[in-house]
Design a protein around this ligand. Structure first.
Ligand code: ZN
Ligand code: ZN
Length: 664
């Protein structure tokens, strides 16, 4: 099974769009209500239905504005101009749309709410839910306070007995960790339906109180599918995915929510293979997947490099006329980019009718990761030219990353120094991290260190880690040692930090220090993360791990590998043995270098695919130097394109050279 942190460093995980969408509006919108739009923005206005009735507006809000901020703004403009804001249902729905996880601007939702005259139960309920959902999606600290205040008003207005308001109140208190308050609401007299009970169960599980949740679940006289679903999704959220599965299997009746709760649980715990299995099971049971499940499954495909399955979902969406909205489209872009097909990602991106900032970010991130920095930057300028909702923090991370991959020091520094002024985005830790990486890669270690010292916030382990990586590349032992020590203190459980420092020592021939570090690691009980490489063959993901003899073709693969190494040696390759002895790589030292997981995967690929077919591999760790040089020669000798996505970037091996120019 894969670890949670697998590909954590990638530019866009599937759940990123929500957060990105949120950041975007809250960082750039300073307008106060009433919201005014420039006429050219209003394509809704220009449609034949320009005399939109209240009913049509509601319909538009409910169907079209779920994940397009641009569209929502247009409809909002219409609402204000046509006087529909007086209508509580329209106003409440507007609040709901702004707070929608895809758009995610609680600030703005609350501003809209502030303009509602004498809100009715529907509006109150919506705003309570908004606070609640926003807290879930973005973990904004202020949301709890807002929510409690809103609820205070609700009580004052004597509306607290309403069933909907009550369940929203229970959910809200429970999700902020005020389970006692939530329980008190539940036990109060009055109308209390299963929704309230489910909310309470959910609340206990959110706080990790599994026992209380179970007890309540047992106590329920009538359990509906919703109660089971609450348990499944709650367990998933606590990372107790096995309990979730047990519950899921015990369910006599399952609905779409049950399936998506299960899939979500797997995604959250990084069990991507299980996501695909569950999805296949769903297919066999003929349950029609909803759009959001498709996005989750695509995220799993992206992580596993499961191109065939990802393609299948693309075809499925097409066949069933499922609209490619910004979220689903972006999930496809991300999947294709991460499965090594940047061209297909581009096709989808170009044909997307609705693009949000996170869509541009995903495309830019994909390009940068594929080493196509120029294209990424060009896309960024196109985004500015087309005046898509301004770039957000993530956009600038993508841009700075592209600069780092291309080695554009001046450009990167310029962007960092002017991003606040030009794009209105305050530089955050990630932006500094990118530039530290950029300077470090370019060998400007002193400048990188100075930049860290000048940061307005305390640098985190990732920023120091970027500099440590640069010390390894440029063999600066003195600085590497100093930073390594800082990192081991900050991040004592991360095996990668030890590996990197030991790597620096080994390159300097300081074997005693290497040994000392190993001992320290052992003493602290830290195990290195095993290297895992995956390859997708006809829709089946084959996983390779050093020392794991479970693959049915294991003997054949080993024999093939012997042959490959012999051939390589005739071409002048000699294994970098220091890596075997001293754990330079992030892989375990015990097993010989030649059995590193990516070599096994390559041998498997050569054995099982026709000559000339590209071999695509996904690895959870950084590629080690020995595997890198071996793969270069294999690509020439066997005339194969080999594409390896490691923890950080893509390597395209072709004709004996790699796209990273040996710099990674
Ligand atoms: Zn290796
Ligand atoms: Zn490379």
């Amino acid at each position: 099974m894969l670890t949670k942190t697998f590909f954590k460093t990638s530019f866009m995980s599937m759940h990123a769009p929500m957060a990105i969408g949120g950041k975007e509006i809250s960082s750039t919108t300073t307008t106060n209500l009433p919201y005014r739009h420039k006429p050219e923005d209003c394509s809704v206005e220009n449609t034949p239905t320009s005399k939109l009735s209240q009913k049509t507006v509601l319909h538009l809000l409910n169907t079209k504005c779920g994940n397009s901020l641009q569209y929502l703004k247009q409809v909002h403009g219409v609402v204000l101009r046509r006087g529909h804001f007086q209508d509580h249902y329209v106003a409440g729905t507007l609040v709901k749309c702004y707070a929608n996880p895809q758009i995610c601007s609680l600030d703005f939702a609350l501003k809209v709410f502030g303009h509602v005259y004498r809100p009715n139960i529907f509006v109150w309920n919506t705003v309570l839910k908004a606070c609640l959902e926003h807290d879930e999606a973005c973990a904004v600290e202020g949301a709890a306070k807002e929510g409690v205040q809103v609820h205070g008003h609700v009580v004052k207005h004597g509306l607290s007995r309403d069933g909907h308001i009550r369940s929203a109140g229970i959910q809200m208190y429970a999700s902020y960790g005020y389970v006692e308050e939530a329980r008190r609401l539940l036990e109060e007299d009055g109308d209390c339906d299963t929704i309230c009970w489910n909310a309470m169960i959910d609340g206990y599980l959110k706080c990790g109180d599994v026992e209380a949740a179970k007890e309540l679940f047992e106590k329920m006289s009538s359990k509906n599918v919703g109660s089971w679903n609450a348990m499944v999704s709650g367990f998933g959220r606590c990372g107790m995915v096995e309990n979730a599965r047990k519950m899921f299997d015990e369910m006599i009746e399952k609905d779409e929510i049950s399936w998506s709760a299960m899939v979500d649980g797997y995604i959250k715990t990084g069990c991507y293979k299980e996501v695909l299995e569950t999805f296949n099971e769903m297919q066999r049971k003929k349950v029609r997947p909803k759009k959001f499940i498709l996005s989750s499954v695509l995220a799993a495909c992206a992580n596993l490099g499961a191109l065939d399955q990802g393609r299948w979902i693309h075809a499925y969406a097409r066949k069933n006329s499922i609209k490619l909205d910004a979220v689903l489209g972006t999930a496809l872009v991300d999947m294709y980019a991460k499965c090594g097909h940047i061209d297909l990602a581009w096709d989808v991106f170009e044909n997307m009718k609705e693009k949000e900032v996170f869509s541009w970010n995903a495309m830019m991130g994909g390009l940068a990761m594929h080493g196509r920095a120029e294209d990424a930057i060009e896309l960024f300028f196109k985004m500015l030219r087309e005046r898509v909702l301004g770039p957000n923090g993530i956009t600038l991370v993508c841009v700075l990353n592209a600069c780092a991959h291309a080695g554009w020091v001046d450009k990167g520094l310029n962007i960092l120094n002017s991003m606040q002024k030009i794009y209105g985005v305050e530089p955050e830790m990630e932006h500094y991290g990118c530039v530290v990486d950029l300077l470090g890669r370019a060998g400007l270690l002193r400048e990188a260190e100075e930049l860290i010292a000048s940061m307005p916030m305390k640098p985190n382990a990732a920023v120091w880690g970027a500099l440590l990586g640069a010390c390894r590349i440029h063999k600066n032992v003195e600085l590497g040692e100093r930073i390594g020590k800082i990192l081991l203190e900050m991040d004592p459980l991360n095996s990668g930090r030890y590996a990197l420092l030991s790597n620096i020592y080994a390159k300097a021939g300081r074997w005693e220090d290497v040994g000392r570090l190993r001992k320290l690691m052992k003493g602290r009980g830290i195990r290195t993360t095993p290297g895992i490489s995956m390859i997708d063959l006809d829709g089946i993901i084959h996983e390779f791990k050093m020392g794991d003899g479970s693959h049915p073709q294991v003997e054949e693969i080993h024999m093939m590998l012997e042959k490959i190494i012999e051939k390589l040696q005739r071409e002048g390759y000699s294994p970098n043995t220091s890596q075997v002895l001293f754990d330079i790589s992030e892989e375990e030292k015990e097993t010989a270098l030649k059995y590193h997981s990516e070599k096994l995967a390559i041998a498997f690929g050569l054995l099982n695919t026709k000559p000339g077919t590209p071999i695509r591999i996904i690895k959870n760790l950084r590629v080690c130097e020995d595997c890198h040089s071996a793969t270069k020669i294999i690509s020439r000798v066997y005339r194969r394109e080999i594409i390896v996505r490691d923890r950080v970037r893509y390597h395209y091996f072709k004709n004996g050279v790699c796209s990273c120019k040996d710099f990674w």
